[in-house]
Each structure stands twice: as C-alpha cells, then as structure tokens.
Write a protein that binds this ligand. Structure first.
Ligand SMILES: Cc1cc2nc3c(=O)[nH]c(=O)nc-3n(C[C@H](O)[C@H](O)[C@H](O)COP(=O)(O)O)c2cc1C
Length: 200
C-alpha cells in the first residue's frame, strides 16, 4: 500500500475482534514508525502507554463512555507527552552530531521553550498528534484498523495510567482487526473554504 492509498483507506473503526492478538513484530514496526515522526528540535516529547492489562483496560473503557474498542482492539496505546522534555538532558536529542552543533541546538531549544509553558504544552500535542498519524498509517499498511479517541474523562484516565506530573494526554489509540465497516464519511469541507491564498 503506498502512502496516498493508506491515507485514503484509513478510517476510524469502532468494533474489533477481541480474540485477535497482534504479533510483536507488527507492534514494533508500528512503534518504530511512530518515533520517525518529526518533532521540534527533535525533542521527541511522546511517551506511549501500551495497556495490556485487561483490568486496566476495563477501567479505561468505563472512563471512556464504554467505547468497546478500548477493551476489544488488540492493542491500546495512550499517546502522552512530557511537557518538560525540552530540559531533560536535551543533548541526547542530538547525540549523533558534532559537539559544537549539539551545543548550539541545545542553547537554541532551551531559549525557545524556557518560561513558555503554553508552548511546551502545545509542542507535546503537536508531536503526539504526528506520531499518532504515523501509527495509524503504519497500522493501515500492515492490514489493521485504528480508532483515535479523546472521548474520555481525561483526569480519570490520567489517574488510571498514573500519568506523571508535567505530562499531558494527547489521545487514545485502539489498533486491531476491525469487524465492521466505517460509517460513510461525514463529508470533507471543500478546499475553497479551508485553503487561504496568501493571507486571511
Ligand atoms: C483526536 C481525535 C479524537 C477522536 N475521538 C473519538 C472518540 O472518542 N470516539 C469515536 O468514536 N471517534 C473519535 N474520533 C474519530 C472521529 O470521529 C473521526 O476521525 C472523524 O469522524 C473522521 O472519520 P474518519 O477517521 O473515519 O476519517 C476521534 C478522532 C480524533 C482525531
């Protein structure tokens, strides 16, 4: 499947075969695709919580409007991110470049994020969302269906997964073998409405 096909084919699927088990190789392929998403200054804010414990899945489902995909999909990921990752040994984000380049980049990124909490949070959401899209497209390519979700009690889910301070939940992602078709598309806005020429 090429990229355009995967983008066109991906739909949100809500019913899954609860007996299907994703193999470890496919999960690794999906997670390796996730971490190739771009992040500002290569900070890689994302932290993926892979929920396998069925009791925890049940708790999450209860906190997520009883959405069946939370327990039934083979894989459940909580895409979260660390708002303080910009200051946590940032030199490791540029481990492979020469020292001078590394020091320049670390100084730049620290100056950019310091004292700007709103930007630190925005960046987690930006990074996590791009990783989530990589996950969904990689899963599509491997023959799985996916369901992105924010329909849940965010505080409750944070409690259940023991979300650390300074971390943010980006979304929940169910991945597995769908058993139903997607609803017809809701309808995409025309490009003439959403593409602005030069200036608003
Ligand atoms: C961040 C995000 C959160 C979503 N939350 C839910 C959800 O909680 N439950 C649900 O059934 N669908 C959820 N959706 C799916 C959207 O309804 C769906 O993406 C949209 O209708 C477009 O349909 P498609 O994904 O099949 O193209 C969510 C999608 C996104 C991107």
């Amino acid at each position: 499947m090429n990229t355009i096909e995967a983008i066109r084919h991906r739909r949100s699927i809500k019913q899954y075969d609860p007996n299907y088990v994703m193999n470890q190789e496919d999960l690794n392929t999906i997670l390796q695709a996730a971490v190739l998403a771009p992040t500002s200054f290569n900070i890689q804010h994302w932290r993926f919580v892979h929920v396998q414990d069925q009791a925890i899945r049940q708790q999450l489902r209860a906190a997520a409007w009883d959405q069946a995909q939370v327990t039934d999909a083979s894989t459940l990921l909580l895409v979260t991110g660390d708002t303080l990752s910009w200051q946590e040994s940032p030199e490791r984000y540029w481990a492979n470049v020469d020292q001078q380049t590394r020091e320049t980049l670390v100084t730049m990124l620290q100056d950019f994020y310091r004292d700007r909490e709103w930007l630190q949070r925005d960046e987690v959401i930006r990074s996590g969302a791009m990783a989530a899209q990589n996950i969904m497209l990689a899963a599509e390519d491997l023959g799985y269906q996916t369901s992105p979700m924010i329909g849940f009690d965010i505080d409750k889910v944070g409690e259940i997964i023991r979300l650390p301070e300074n971390h943010v939940i980006v979304m929940m992602l169910a991945i597995g073998k769908g058993t139903t078709q997607a609803y017809p598309r809701g309808g995409q806005l025309p490009l003439s409405e959403i593409v602005i020429k030069d200036q608003f």
